[in-house]
Design a protein around this ligand. Structure first.
Ligand code: HEC
Length: 144
């Protein structure tokens, strides 16, 4: 008798505990990194705009207008994945031509890598993961 009363209470307790357990695990997963959407709103929207169309609040004070990032596929014929890796990371272009208004995010993300949950200082994988997440996010914004 006591048993049959306890069983539903136990089931409820499990229901209550399980989502929190799953959540705690996600929080502690070092592979999860920072989402592309988070980084975009934090670091890119000031120039490229929250809608990525190039009208962020900082856009008008620059010599070069930040491009519309929703028309990349239209403008390049296909989604220019490798170009984006180079543009966003930016580190292999430094020595070349100096005309660049875009911050070199590879340097920034590398400096920040130690702050990523579970990240090691100067962890190159964390830089690449953040660039990849940003590119996936931008790929999802392309106008059809
Ligand atoms: C300070 C303003 C500024 C910020 C912040 C900024 N950008 Fe840019 N971005 C530009 C400008 C200006 C250009 C044009 C090319 C240049 O400056 O060399 C550009 C170009 C680009 C391009 C090339 C687009 C094309 O048409 O080929 C990509 C991709 C890009 N930015 C992505 C990003 C991402 C992702 C972030 C955030 C991590 C970011 N930008 C943050 C100003 C900015």
């Amino acid at each position: 008798m006591g048993d049959s009363l306890l069983r539903p209470a136990f089931a409820l307790l499990l229901l209550f505990l399980f989502p929190t357990a799953i959540h705690a695990q996600e929080d502690a997963d070092p592979g999860a990194g920072v989402s592309g959407e988070h980084d975009f709103n934090m670091y890119c929207a000031s120039c490229h705009g929250e809608d990525a169309r190039g009208n962020g609040p900082k856009a008008f004070s620059l010599a070069l207008r930040p491009p519309n990032l929703t028309t990349l596929t239209q403008r390049y014929g296909e989604f220019p994945h490798d170009r984006l890796v180079r543009m966003i990371d930016g580190r292999d272009a430094i020595s070349g031509h100096g005309e660049r208004e875009m911050p070199v995010w590879g340097v920034w993300f590398k400096a920040e890598s130690a702050q990523e949950l579970g990240g090691a200082k100067g962890d190159e994988a964390s830089v690449q993961r953040r660039v990849d997440n940003l590119i996936d996010y931008i790929a999802g914004l392309q106008a059809k």
